[in-house]
Design a protein around this ligand. Structure first.
Ligand code: NAD
Ligand code: TDX
Length: 339
């Protein structure tokens, strides 16, 4: 396989971090550049295993810092971009939308200009099923790549805006690109503000778990390693200009997810506390992944095997999440929840 320079934005975060490790190990002859600002959601301790690998490189920079990003691309002449860097938490977008526009929209536009300047051969934009809005509870309906974009939260509106810019740079300037839209990820290194790691960490500490509304909202869960394999496939085989949905048919209500974790850890359901609903809370997400399956992708985890592996990982890696929940995160949590 020919040597390639691939820049992965957001490679210190949850999915980008898993993807960087996956690529560094799978492709010793690719140079993988992790470009990350190290916001509250980014940390490099997760990369101890690979940080001395010759094909791993780290650059600290803000994707919205035009001068720095253009200069970096002109110096390194990257072949491909896999773009994960974003503000990613819906609740934070409800209290502070501005940074979501700055990072997710302006940051993406800067990366697109930098990519054009060096003629990258592929720009993979990692988006989300949330850009399609919400589904009702009819289990026969799914998001396809043709579902209209109807984002409901400031987060999903900023992601949809970035998707449209990527599309426009393809149509206008011929930038080679793919957009992927995946369902809710879970797995190792998931930041504890999100439902699954929040529940695992709080249940392990015998603390109350906040469930929004009646807990009946549905998410379609995808193990992060299956997502990494999907992006690898799209990067190498994706048809230029196409959008691919990524999901493994693992719909669960939030209450089912929380109860599964509680019972696996042998704790009491008394830990569940129903709290005020999220504003504009999308009812249901569910992905039809047929197009990606036709390209050759198949998930390896069911929700049962994936959640068991994930719970075990949190048991085995307490120092990683304990260091997060005892820091600045505490202030966020106390403002967000009154438990
Ligand atoms: P995350 O919040 O865990 O990580 C985001 C990373 O981006 C962090 O390392 C952070 O430091 C970095 N970052 C933030 N602002 C930056 C900036 N201005 N410049 C450079 N780096 C910056 O996010 P995640 O959950 O890993 O999500 C990754 C991507 O996947 C996002 O684009 C998100 O929209 C998308 N996505 C996530 C999910 C999910 O379930 N987590 C599902 C669908 C799509
Ligand atoms: O404390 C909580 N209690 C609760 O009931 C939290 C944090 C969440 N929830 C509910 C809200 C959602 O219905 O659980 C569900 C999952 O919530 P999150 O983990 O915040 O994920 P979600 O809002 O679905 O968005 C995630 O998937 C799509 C990612 O954070 C996004 O980045 C991705 O695009």
């Amino acid at each position: 396989m020919t040597r390639k320079k691939i820049v992965v934005t957001g490679g210190a975060g949850f999915i980008g971090g898993n993807f960087v490790q996956f690529m560094v190990e799978k492709y010793p002859n690719y140079d993988i550049y992790n470009l990350d600002l190290l916001t509250y959601a980014g940390d490099l301790t997760k990369h101890k295993q690979i940080e001395t690998n010759e094909n791993y490189h780290f650059v600290k920079a803000d994707i919205a810092d035009r001068e720095t990003i253009i200069a970096l691309f002109e110096k390194e002449k990257f072949d491909c971009v896999v773009h994960f860097a974003a503000e990613s938490h819906v609740d934070r977008s409800i209290t502070d939308p501005g940074i979501f526009v700055q990072t997710n929209v302006v940051g993406t536009q800067v990366l697109l200009d930098a990519s054009r300047a060096v003629d990258v051969t592929k720009f993979v934009h990692v988006s989300t099923d949330e850009v399609y809005g919400e589904l009702d509870f009819d289990p026969t309906t799914f998001f396809t790549e043709d579902t209209p974009l109807q984002p409901n939260s400031p987060y999903s509106a900023s992601k949809a805006s970035s998707d449209l810019l990527v599309r426009a740079y393809h149509e206008t300037y011929g930038l080679p690109m793919n957009i992927t839209r995946c369902s809710n990820n879970y797995g190792p290194y998931h930041f504890p503000e999100k439902l699954i790691p929040l529940t695992i960490s709080r249940v392990l500490n015998d603390e109350k778990v906040p469930v929004y509304g009646d807990g009946k909202n549905i998410r379609d869960w995808l193990h992060v390693i299956d997502h990494c394999a999907a992006i690898d496939l799209v990067l190498h085989e994706g048809v230029n200009g196409e959008v691919y949905n990524v999901g493994g048919h693992n719909e669960r209500t939030n209450l089912e997810v929380v109860k599964t974790i509680i019972s696996t850890l042998g704790k009491s359901e008394d830990l569940i506390e129903f709290v005020k609903d999220r504003l504009g809370h999308d009812k249901r997400y569910a992905i039809d992944p047929t197009k990606l399956e036709k390209l050759g992708w198949k998930p390896t985890y069911t929700f049962e095997t994936g959640i068991a592996q994930t719970i075990q990982w949190y048991l085995d890696n307490k120092p990683w999440w304990e260091q997060i929940i005892s820091g600045e995160y505490k202030n966020y949590f106390d403002k967000q929840y009154t438990l």
